[in-house]
Design a protein around this ligand. Structure first.
Ligand code: SAM
Length: 263
């Protein structure tokens, strides 16, 4: 899944995220929720940090199962959507609006999860290290961290750049209006950062465009050995790497779901 800043689209996130990324569907599918429920069951007894919790698609089912969770997200808009959802369900939890490299809860947890890709947003090595060290500070010894990364498919990148702006998908937004969503990207082979924008075009009943939202985006692709080195540098040992939320073996290039233990 690629990501953008969520300021203008937080209210619609739940409505399009599963269309963009059906393989990690949390609203309509079971595998993603099951994956984090299993981690919670195995490692979440002393509390869970949900980093990049967004609108709480993963957090809410875990809270409903009685886990104690603190949510961290850099986007106040995404947290506001989550706050409304929690109030509607009469659920309570601590939410902190902060960068994952900066927050401090003054507590230790036995599990930290970063469901569905918040780590892609961290596009430079210094920030990646800061984030992992800060998360480590909040984990008890032997605590577990799970995050996702992507190994780039250069054929896809080349085709994407050749296509320029392309229609990625259509959906119905929170106001019941059709939106067409376009993507446009440039890949930097030196930094391994894919930068571009998502354009959300909203249509009225006469099929005329009534609103356009543009969201800039930069996401970091990483080679497997870079993430292995990063974990080692920040005091983690990798205990599992999966290629999907159904625990399948990784394939390369592809998405990797890492599970690492604080040493
Ligand atoms: C793809 S969304 C995932 C949201 C949620 N975990 C889910 O599974 O639906 C990524 C989230 O990461 C948050 N995020 C991005 N960069 C962040 C940072 N540096 N620190 C904390 N949160 C961040 C975004 O605001 C967004 O809510």
């Amino acid at each position: 899944m690629d990501l953008h800043d969520y300021k203008k689209v937080a209210e619609n996130y739940d409505l399009y995220v599963d269309i963009v990324c059906p393989e990690s569907s949390a609203l309509n599918g079971e595998a993603c929720i099951d994956f984090y429920s299993n981690l919670a069951k195995e490692y979440g007894d002393k509390g869970i940090l949900d980093i990049g919790c967004g609108t709480g698609c993963i957090m809410i089912p875990l809270l409903e199962n009685g886990y104690k969770i603190t949510g961290i997200d850099i986007s106040q808009e995404m947290l506001n959507v989550l706050r409304k959802k929690l109030a509607n369900k009469n659920l309570k939890t601590d939410l902190i609006c902060s960068d994952m490299g900066e927050f401090n809860t003054y507590k230790e947890y036995s599990l930290a999860i970063m469901p569905r890709s918040a780590f892609f947003h961290i596009i430079d090595r210094k920030h990646q290290k800061k984030a992992l060290k800060n998360i480590s500070k909040h984990l008890c010894k032997g605590g577990i961290l799970s995050l996702n990364t992507v190994i780039p498919d250069y054929k896809f990148i080349t085709n994407q750049q050749a296509d320029g702006k392309y229609l990625r998908f259509e959906y119905i937004n929170a106001d019941g209006k059709k939106e067409k969503v376009y993507n446009e990207f440039q890949y930097n082979y030196e930094t391994q950062v894919n930068s571009g924008k998502w354009t959300f075009e909203e249509y009225d009943e006469n099929d005329s465009i009534v609103k356009i939202n543009e969201c800039l985006i930069s996401i970091k692709f990483s080679q497997k050995s870079e993430i292995e080195n990063l974990f080692e540098l920040c005091g983690f040992e990798v205990i599992n790497i999966y290629g999907g939320y159904d625990n399948r073996e990784p394939t390369y290039p592809g998405n990797l779901i890492w599970v690492a233990r604080k040493i």
